[in-house]
Ligand binder design. Structure first.
Ligand SMILES: [Zn+2]
Length: 286
């Protein structure tokens, strides 16, 4: 089965702008089939995944980027993650009825945390208050507050398909402050005119040519996007180890074995006494 889930980065050379387009279908379906999410939560998850893949496209590191909102409303958690390999996973938690896609209304008093975790080196986290009902302006606010390059993004959905476009101003030589250029403002204005019908009705070259036809457009190769969970037996054991030996011994005594169910992919891990004892370097006793 061929998948149309892909990320495509591009450069608008003479405007000094870089960007990316993402289109998702099967990868989001893979996330959604694992929990009985209400319709509005499904849409919010799809948007979050599209957004995090676009944000990941701006990173040069190997590792992952996570977007997470925790709230006190009917929607209590929204989390999406993407890696430099363009794999995605996501999860949401809710209590009661989530009846529309207005983010702030559904999450209540919430913050949006963006965490970048390189495979090597220090983790970076930026947090912005969630003050909008749409995800895209919250993410733009994150880029502004973390004093990064001016960045604009739009997200689209049509049925179960999701997508989006991100633009980012390239650093200006010799400038420490990223003053928005006229070219930048014009490009963002064009971006805001794209309708959902146009986005899903055109392919990337058509779409970008329609938007930026006067400018030198360089399209990079399409990169497939896939659902993939990064959980493993090893990582699950590392997590268990942080609970401490006493806690795990108690669980073993009560249940005979320790079972962990990955919330992202529903993989079940089951560890017996031998494995848990080995974790703490304790010889197995018979
Ligand atoms: Zn998993």
């Amino acid at each position: 089965m061929s998948s149309h889930d892909q990320l495509q980065r591009f450069l608008l050379d003479n405007l000094h702008i870089r960007g990316a387009v993402v289109r998702l279908d099967e990868s989001v379906a893979q996330v959604l089939q694992r929990h009985p999410y209400p319709e509005a939560v499904q849409q919010l998850l799809g948007q979050s995944i599209a957004a995090v893949v676009l944000m990941g496209a701006t990173l040069k590191i190997e590792g992952s980027i996570t977007l997470q909102a925790k709230g006190s409303g009917p929607l209590t958690l929204l989390m999406a993650e993407s890696t430099h390999r363009r794999t995605i996973r996501a999860i949401a938690q809710w209590e009661g009825e989530v009846n529309d896609q207005q983010l702030q209304k559904q999450l209540g008093n919430a913050q949006l945390a963006i965490t970048i975790t390189p495979n090597k080196g220090a983790r970076y986290q930026g947090i912005v208050p969630l003050t909008e009902d749409q995800l895209a302006p919250c993410i733009e606010q994150y880029f502004r507050q973390s004093e990064q390059l001016p960045t604009a993004l739009v997200l689209f959905q049509q049925g179960q398909r999701h997508g989006g476009i991100l633009l980012q101003m390239l650093p200006q030589p010799g400038q420490s402050h990223h003053t928005e250029t006229d070219d930048w403002q014009r490009a963002v204005q064009f971006l805001m005119t794209v309708s959902s019908e146009e986005f899903f009705g055109l392919d990337n070259p058509q779409l970008l040519h329609r938007l930026f036809h006067e400018d030198d457009l360089r399209l990079f190769d399409e990169e497939p996007v896939e659902f993939w969970c990064t959980c493993s037996e090893e990582r699950t054991l590392e997590m268990l180890k942080t609970l401490g030996q006493a806690e795990l011994e108690n669980l073993l005594e009560e249940q005979g074995a320790i079972e962990v169910d990955c919330q992202f992919c529903r993989q079940q891990y089951r560890f017996g006494q031998d494995v848990i004892h080995r974790l703490f370097g304790k010889p197995t006793q018979h």
